[in-house]
Design a protein around this ligand. Structure first.
Ligand SMILES: Nc1ncnc2c1ncn2[C@@H]1O[C@H](COP(=O)(O)OP(=O)(O)O)[C@@H](O)[C@H]1O
Ligand SMILES: [Mg+2]
Length: 335
């Protein structure tokens, strides 16, 4: 594990009208998505500096708590993907230290991070999501893998998607077309965590809808459509060229309204704050199906959130600065 040195460089505010905030961007961490997080952190820091905000990028390491308690930044922006960044635990520490941060609180982060929990919460809010089962590895072994898999195929049919119940960047996710492939896909999912989620595969157009609370209540940015040759896996996400994006997505007005409503409803039902991104599939009848929601969506050069912002005509620096201003105002209001 490389302990990347924390970036100490800061820049002076260029725009006198911009917030005078000192922001610490948290990037890196020890998850499988460390590299993506570092790239997200760099991009957000650059955009904020361009908007006149003083930014330091810091890793999650043994220096973090002393750095935060000594420098007392105005705001922390956690850009950590995977495990402790999105499961709420780093945010819990920020609350312990009474350091204001941008984004969802630890409690709601925990709900969103668990795909089965998030699916249950949004179902109660009236959203459609593929039918699913959640299986811990121990139960799978105790009951006999073969019997459990047969029961799943009998009940849910094929094709299925198997994924770790918590995770990101499509790591451990498999589209399963035949019963024979199911056992192998479970093993892949279990290599990323002790619980797997098995759900019906939905055929249709895959879109991601980002939600921001910059000024008023939550609003959806234009949907971004994802078209890949094979699966939308790690390689397809982070290597430019393997995936074609349409921003805005090729949806008719009714579909656009439906996916925007789904993302805003998921954001509100789960109690998310400031920004989120909902991943969903629009089936051939134009009906959206919720897959999952991210409290720390990717912000790299090929990521969906910045593409959605651009499709809405937002300058990234201005949008991120508005989010910082909003988070600062919320922190002041709750102090
Ligand atoms: N039920 C499903 N039907 C069809 N494709 C799916 C389904 N679930 C996931 N996928 C595909 O797998 C990818 C990763 O799944 P997702 O639930 O978004 O997890 P992650 O947290 O890894 O992004 C999606 O972007 C989509 O391409
Ligand atoms: Mg996803």
């Amino acid at each position: 594990m490389n302990a990347a040195p924390s970036e100490a460089a800061t820049s002076a505010p260029a725009d006198p009208a911009a917030s005078a905030a000192r922001v610490v961007v948290l990037a890196g961490g020890l998850s499988h998505e460390r590299d993506v997080s570092l790239r997200s952190g760099r991009r957000v820091a650059e955009a904020l500096r361009g908007a006149g905000i003083e930014v330091t990028v810091h890793d999650v390491d043994a220096d973090l708590i002393p750095a935060l308690t000594q420098t007392r930044p105005d705001l922390v922006w956690p850009l950590l993907h995977g495990a402790t960044g999105e499961d709420g635990s780093v945010r819990d520490v920020l609350e312990l230290l009474r350091v204001p941060y941008l984004g969802t609180d630890p409690r709601a982060s925990r709900l969103a991070w668990s795909k089965p929990v998030a699916k249950t919460v949004v179902t109660r809010a009236g959203l459609a999501t593929p039918e699913f089962v959640t299986l811990p590895q121990s139960l799978f072994r105790e009951l006999g893998a073969g019997r459990v898999l047969d029961a799943i195929v009998d009940r849910l049919g094929l094709p299925l998607v198997v994924k770790p119940s918590r995770g990101g960047s499509a790591l451990g996710v498999t589209l399963v077309g035949t019963a024979a492939e199911l056992a192998r896909s479970m093993v892949d999912a279990f290599s990323y965590g002790d619980t797997a989620l098995v759900e019906r595969a939905v055929a249709g157009r895959e879109v991601a809808v980002s939600v921001v609370e910059d000024r008023g209540g939550p609003r959806a940015l234009p949907a971004v459509e994802i078209v890949t040759e094979g699966p939308y896996d790690y390689d397809a996400r982070y290597n430019p060229g393997r995936t074609e994006y349409f921003a805005p997505a090729r949806l008719d007005a009714r579909e656009q309204a439906a996916v925007a409503a789904m993302a805003v409803t998921a954001h509100q039902a789960l109690g998310l704050r400031h920004l989120s991104r909902t991943d969903l599939i629009v089936d051939d009848d134009g009906v959206p199906h919720f897959l999952e929601v991210n409290v720390a969506p990717g912000m790299t050069e090929t990521s969906l959130f910045p593409q959605a912002a651009a499709a809405a005509g937002h300058d990234l620096g201005s949008l991120y600065r508005d989010l910082v201003d909003r988070a600062l105002a919320d922190a002041t209001a709750t102090r």
